[in-house]
Write a protein that binds this ligand. Structure first.
Ligand code: PMP
Length: 405
């Protein structure tokens, strides 16, 4: 039995289903390890000791590479003085100042732990600020694992979602209908930074759709909420929708904000400052200084090196390499999304993405950790030599896949 197999067997006895959420073994591509041991830079190692070039970056949080020295030193310096004190540390103020400086729409910020916390806080704030109830959410979008938005209906009541109205992302008619359905009770329109629903090609927001959402909020007083939990700081330091010239009222952040240290944030404009003062949001760990110190170091470093530009360039190198290889081996690839958060699919694949899964399996065996249905993540540690090393291995993976046909 390998160490991974042994841990799986033990987990099944004491953890329901062997693991919770998206890290259940059943949700992994076939043949993937479940347990990991360590990681550095752009490489991660599983519990069996096999090393991979990491294209998931912990599903987003790792943006400067694993174990970034300056980030981890900043966290350690605070942690050595105490993990959780009787109140916040100066890092809460310094980080808020930094976010207000960098995030264009932000007049204020405050902090949580997870993206689900930040998104739920945004919804509560929007309702408090508007005195209205209806919240528009794009069908199929992921915003967290709490009852108002969980992709599972187990344990969720109709009442939990009583005021949620669904619309289709990038569909003007559908958004218009949803706004009409909300009538004079519209509290918020929630949009993902871009459409990144599991298993379907990634889609950037249409300019006209983004502007329509902004206009509707201006006309009704509702809050435009951008869920920047997944894309935040990978595409643009000032907020992803700045790329489309549309400014939200509230944004949720987490994942990459502290390079893997646990932290989430909500930023807002002055229109929602009073609501943010009224709403009672808190958590035992929400004031811990270490992750905030890590976030200050992460955002400063990303700014200093222009992280988004570096990741875009590496992502373009990867995309070009994969396209060339696929064509040479006779495969038709569909590469979608921003280069720093790519999804790679096979045009001729079946509904289960069998070909994509087989390709990932071949790559995994050759030391490349990919995902066939979820967008992947580059970090600034994915420098040219890493991308070229990865491409050498994927070339072999394509060749092996071609032989199977
Ligand atoms: N929003 C988006 C867009 C996400 O991708 C995620 C996490 N995958 C969340 C919200 C929820 O974040 P968390 O898992 O930290 O609660």
């Amino acid at each position: 039995m390998t160490p991974d197999e042994e841990l799986r067997a033990r987990a099944t006895r004491v953890i329901p289903g062997g693991m919770w959420g998206h890290q259940r073994a059943q949700a992994l591509p076939r043949g993937y390890p479940q347990f990991f041991k360590d990681a550095r830079g752009a490489r991660v190692r599983d519990v069996n000791g096999k090393e991979y070039i990491d294209m998931m970056c912990s599903w987003g949080p790792v943006i400067l590479g694993h174990q970034h020295p300056a980030v981890d030193a900043a966290a350690r310096a605070q942690n050595d003085k105490g993990l959780c004190l009787d109140g916040p540390t100066e890092h809460a103020v310094v980080l808020s100042e930094l976010l207000v400086e960098k995030v264009v729409h932000a007049d204020w910020a405050y902090f949580q732990k997870n993206g689900s916390d930040a998104m739920t806080t945004c919804v509560t704030l929007a309702r408090a600020g508007t005195g209205k109830r209806k919240v528009l959410v794009a069908r199929g979008a992921y915003h967290g694992a709490v009852p108002w938005c969980s992709p599972s209906v187990a344990g969720v009541t109709a009442e939990d979602r009583a005021h949620i109205i669904l619309f289709e992302f990038n569909d003007a008619g559908s958004l218009k209908d949803a706004i009409a359905q909300a009538g004079d009770d519209l509290a918020a329109i929630i949009v993902s930074a871009f459409r990144h629903d599991l298993g379907r090609p990634l889609e950037m927001p249409d300019q006209s759709f983004a502007e329509q959402a902004r206009r509707a909020c201006d006309a009704t007083g509702a809050a435009l909420i951008v869920d920047d939990v997944r894309a935040g700081f990978r595409l643009n330091m000032g907020g992803t929708w700045e790329l489309f010239g549309v400014r939200p009222d509230l944004s949720a952040w987490s994942k990459a904000i502290a390079n893997g240290h646990p932290l989430a944030a909500v930023t807002g404009n002055d229109r929602f400052r009073e609501a943010a003062e009224q709403v009672f949001v808190t958590g035992s760990f929400w004031y811990a200084g270490g992750p905030m110190a890590a976030a200050v170091a992460t955002l400063s470093e990303l700014t200093r090196i222009d992280g988004p530009a570096l990741m875009r360039r590496s992502g373009e190198r990867l995309r070009k390499g994969l396209a060339e290889q696929a064509a040479r081996h006779g495969f038709d690839l569909r590469q979608s999304g921003p280069p720093a958060m790519p999804l790679v699919q096979f045009v001729d694949d079946d509904a289960q993405s069998s070909l994509g899964e087989a390709f990932c399996g071949e790559a995994l065996g050759r030391g490349v950790y990919l995902h066939h249905r979820h967008n992947m993540f580059l970090s600034t540690a994915h420098e040219d030599d890493i991308i070229d090393d990865l491409l050498t291995r994927t070339d072999e993976a394509f060749a092996a896949l071609a032989k199977r046909r």
